[in-house]
Structures are given as C-alpha cells and as structure tokens.
Design a protein around this ligand. Structure first.
Ligand SMILES: [Zn+2]
Ligand SMILES: [Zn+2]
Length: 342
C-alpha cells in the first residue's frame, strides 16, 4: 500500500510499504479521510517530535472495514466507521472507572502506533464506531476534534442559559462553540482572524469579537471583564489564559483545552481574583469513546453539529510532503486540512 511515512523530523515521504495485517481482535480499515491535527505539525517537524521513527501519523480518521481479525464478533466488511485513536490499557484505575482518557499506559493510533495517513491501518474492533448513513466520511474524520471539544464543554458543566466565551476559533474552538450552543448556552467567540470568525457566525455563534494583533488581549477585552459564566480556552497562549480568568464572573469556570505555547506567569492580583471569586480552573484532555464519541456521532447524524464547514482544504495523500511544508511555513491559513483517499 501507499503511505505518508515520517522517517525523521521534517522528512515525510509518500512511499510503498507493506499493508498491515489485523491481529486478533483488530480490524483492517481502508482509510477514506484523515485530518491533520495541529499536534501533527510539531510531531512531524520538531526534533524528537514523534515517539519513534518511522511513523505513519493520522489520528482523525474515517474509513471502511476491509478485513476482520480473529475473534472479532458483530462486525461486517464494508461498514463505514470513524476510529477512536486512544487504545486504553483496560487495567488501570482510570480505565476501570471509564476515564480512559486518563489511562497511564495507553496506545495511540497515529502517534504511538501507525495511523491513517496511509491507504490502510489497523485498530482494535471496539475503537471503530459505525457511522450512520447520513454522516459523510469527511465528517466522520472530524469526530476526534469534535469529541475533544465536547469533553471540554462537559468538564465546564455548561447549562442552558449560561454565558460562555470561547477563546480561539480553530477546529477545537469552533466545535467548542457549537457544543456550547448544543447545551443551550449563549456563545461568544473571540479570535484575531476574521475568516475563522465568519465561519463561527455561520455555525451559530451569538456574538463574534475580533481582537487586534498589535494590542494586548487584556486591553481588547477590558469591557468584558466579569461577564461570562464559562471560558473555554482553546488557543494555548499565555495571554489568552490570563485574559480568560478576567472574563469570568464570581464562581465561574475556565477550562484549558489549548496545548500551552509557553510558561504561564500569573500576577498576584489575578491569583487573588481566582481565590476571592472561587473560580474553577480545569484541564481537559482528549475524550472517551463511551461518553463523548457516541454523542458526537448521534449529534452529527441529527445535523446538530456541523463538521463540513470546518474543512477548509482537501488534499490528496500523495501531496503529504508539500502539505506539511506549507502548513509549517503558515503559507496558507486553514481550519481543517483533510486528506481524501477515495
Ligand atoms: Zn487531534
Ligand atoms: Zn488504563
């Protein structure tokens, strides 16, 4: 089969490799669509960005069951699926409690084992969720970021009527905003990029706010201090992390979803705001197949969340080397770049 293989940092090539064989309990999936996650960029480009080399990345994937390993029950060749990339150990305390995203000894399709930037990949049968006929394979490949955002929205405990602000209108931010609406909140979306904000508007944001690159974020948002019940921080920038705290009403909740870019220095006065306001600052990591992915797939089937609008570029896998180079140089602004293999 053909695959986009990461041989070393910044060395990705589209080459012929042997097709994997599903082990007992596994499925062989013929890849249909595979999204590039923002985490794939440092994975491909940084020194020691990957756990090992060579590696086939790709953890936002959909496809069709091509063959079935021994011992698998209740599966049929030809089923259309989306694939939960995390392979929990099943034994640790967190796995026992169903919090598989906190598993201490997990495998991961597309980082710890080969993923979907290839014509075929394997996964445990229980990691593949069937897609309803009404859900396209392109949307199916968006289940992973949609579920990560849903997990964050759940951590925040969003209720009907809450005032929610989402910082950052990338893939996770745009999904987080949609989940806020899904749970009945009033949603404000903030970003620097007007194109991303326009997509957010189309997806149902009640209010969009564009901030200026050359103005401190705190200054841009000064008129919104102590306005929101919930902040979903999806940028990972220290400026947004601090500004987010100032936006909360007393008793409010901030959820960190964005991977941090730098150290975070919190001023004494801001820490006092956290203490005296009894603010909850929470982390959110990954997602679970039981609680998050099943809801994502049913929300997609009912057209209650829009995935297709987030796909801003569709590419052939054979272009993988050029696509990563242009993304690394930021020569084109994008929300989701998807490889389409059909
Ligand atoms: Zn991802
Ligand atoms: Zn575990």
């Amino acid at each position: 089969m053909k695959a986009g293989v990461l041989f070393a940092p910044r060395d990705i090539r589209y080459v012929e490799v042997s097709t994997p064989v599903p082990a007992a309990g596994e499925l062989l999936i013929k890849t249909a669509c595979a999204g590039i996650c923002s985490s794939d960029l440092p994975r491909a480009m940084d020194e020691r960005g990957a756990y090992h080399y060579p590696l086939v990345m790709g953890h936002e994937v959909s496809g069709i069951i091509e063959s079935i390993g021994s011992g698998v029950q209740g599966r049929k060749v030809g089923e259309r699926v989306t694939v939960f990339p995390l392979i929990p150990c099943g034994k640790c305390k967190f796995c026992q409690e169903g919090r598989v995203n906190l598993c201490s000894d997990y495998g991961y399709i597309g980082s710890r084992k080969d993923g979907g930037f290839a014509e075929y990949f394997t996964c445990p049968s229980q990691n593949a969720l069937n897609l309803p006929d009404s859900v396209g394979l392109d949307s199916g490949a968006m289940a992973e970021p949609a579920a990560v955002a849903l997990h964050g929205a759940r951590r925040a405990g969003i209720k009907k009527g809450d005032k929610v602000v989402v910082l950052g209108a990338g893939t996770i931010g745009l999904f987080a905003m949609q989940w806020a609406k899904y749970f009945g909140a009033n949603a404000t979306l903030i970003d620097r990029n007007s194109d991303k904000l326009e997509i957010g508007k189309k997806l149902g944001a009640d209010k969009i706010i564009q901030t200026q690159k050359d103005k401190p974020l705190e200054e841009s948002l000064a008129n919104m201090v102590r306005t929101f019940d919930i902040v979903l921080e999806c940028t990972g920038s220290d400026e947004a992390q601090c500004a987010g705290i100032t936006l909360l009403v007393r008793g409010g909740t901030l959820v960190f979803l964005g991977n941090p870019h730098t150290d975070l220095v919190v001023q004494k006065s801001l820490l006092s705001t956290v203490i005296r306001g009894e603010l909850a600052l929470l982390g959110s990591w990954n997602s679970t197949i039981e609680a998050d992915w099943r809801e994502v797939v049913s929300a997609m089937a009912e057209a209650r969340i829009d995935c297709a609008s987030l796909i801003t570029r569709r590419e052939k896998l054979s272009n993988i080397s050029e696509v990563f180079k242009s993304m690394a140089s930021r020569s084109f602004p994008n929300i989701k770049v998807l490889f389409e293999l059909e």
